[in-house]
Design a protein around this ligand. Sequence first.
Ligand SMILES: Nc1ncnc2c1ncn2[C@@H]1O[C@H](COP(=O)(O)OP(=O)(O)OP(=O)(O)O)[C@@H](O)[C@H]1O
Length: 580
Amino acid sequence: MDALMDAQENDAYLSTLNELKPTRQFEFADPKLIKGFAIDSKDINDWEFLMKSCIGCYLFGRFARQAGPNCSAKWMWLEDFFKLQKCRSWVAAKAAASTLLDSYLDDNAFAPPPKDSSLDNIYFELGPVDESDIAIVGSGINPVQVGGGFPEKAEESIQNAKKLGKVDMEPFTRIAKALNAFLHNNFFGDFKKSKYFTKFVKLEHWYSQHTFTEDDFEIFRVLGRGGFGLVNGCRCMRTGKVYAMKTMDKRRVKMNRGEEMCKFEKELLQLCKSDFVLDLKYSFFNDFELFIIMDVKAGGDLNFLIQQQKCFTKEMTQYFLARTCEGLQDIHNAGWIYRDLKPENLLLGDDGTCWISDLGLACPWKEGMAGIAGTPGYWCPEMLRKEPYDKGVDFWTLGVVLVEFLTGTCPFRNKAALEFGKSKGEKDKLLCCNMAVLEMEVEYDTEKMSEDAIDLAKKLLTKDPKERLGKNGIGDIKGHKYFEGFDWDAVTDGSMVPPFVPEQEVNAADQDSIGKFKNESEVKEIKLSDKDHSKYKNFPSSNKKAFEIDVTGLLIWEKSKGRPLTATVTRERSQTCSLM
Ligand SMILES: Nc1ncnc2c1ncn2[C@@H]1O[C@H](COP(=O)(O)OP(=O)(O)OP(=O)(O)O)[C@@H](O)[C@H]1O
């Protein structure tokens, strides 16, 4: 690829990252079909279903804002209650709870004006409407008319937050249930007659009929190369949302017997709900390829960053390590082990957060599990000794990446490891590396690593897994003196300001050096049988919540551009499109 083309593709990718630009409109079915769907579908007519949907909540929020203060104040209280539910530390929760109290539950308060919502991810799991909940609405003289002693109980729970280390959610949840029931009883009927509900039905119907394929995405430049194919930036054309598309050539997968890896990667991406691990948005296949769509992390991988910066500061190392620990904990809690921790697999968001990606080698943990998996230099001793292993493999690699972050080199892939291997009679590089993992005591660079960092590395790089730090969980690591004074709560609740924010540029090698696969012609020779294809029958999936969030983002964007809610394209029975 010539330099000009490379530059043009970089520009196209960067401009998609910076601006929401949907390039294809939703095509809705014939209005008669949609009407039929609205009448027949039990879900669509159910308030609880509406409240569980981000699109439903956003559209009800638009309706509520123009339905008068009796509706808007109560709904906006619920929106702020949603923010309270999301807080992970008591400090953040106390602040969010105080907003609910001061702005809506105080007799002297005036409800805040109903300004547009910019929240694309609100939804509620409040259960079925319970009429008895309503009793506490109407008796108060505050903006949401809540009485029954609940404003006082909410105040008490805020006062006790510090002592308890949490905000007692009970009074807030009771109020939320009461307002939820009130809005259902008094406003759901009118909402169902509004254009907002029509839009909701159309979108639900569209989703129920649609199967995502590669035709839904526009592809941009290559961001990285994986074992079975390339990773590109891409954009979902209807919502304008930018993602990363990982493509895996089924023939290359077959050649490397990687079918199970692809299956596990997709399964864990789908299963693991973590703020530290990339999750799956959509997956699908065609005759030759498997596709995984996930969030794009535009800051590049940490290996790329190490190459640029040579090594990381203590602040960066602590932050990256802490987020990685939290992600590993979520994976372990799901009953899986990760097995492939290395800087290439830690991706940096454009905001500086780092994320565990590439779950291809992760698998559900089973007693007695053994066998080599991962990357040379990051394999742990028990794997090389062919012994059974457990989550301790991930703590070993955490030690490896700690050294790599602070010194810029992997301690078992450097000159010292090579020389150690040679001194033990090994000739091959890989065997030298393995010998170093098994027997070499790492010599730490005291100019780049503090005493505490060395102590942590030594404890993680303990060759006997029974003695290794982490055997009792990540609490062992959190409590190590390398992290003295470090605010783990701020990492857990996402409030820590990342110590490094990447430049808004293409943080990836140029496309030619990411390059092509060496054995392309060999791969083309591989024939795929029906049996091969049948291995992927459960591969396609779509994450409805992700779809809802993207569509809500689109609706918010359209509102900010002054676009009318009803302007949509309808697909007639004849399959031609027209504007409604
Ligand atoms: N979501 C993403 N956002 C941005 N870049 C990504 C994303 N996912 C992957 N990449 C880039 O593509 C590279 C390869 O992706 P990944 O590691 O998932 O592939 P793989 O087939 O599992 O690779 P490996 O052979 O290392 O196991 C990453 O190192 C990273 O540079």
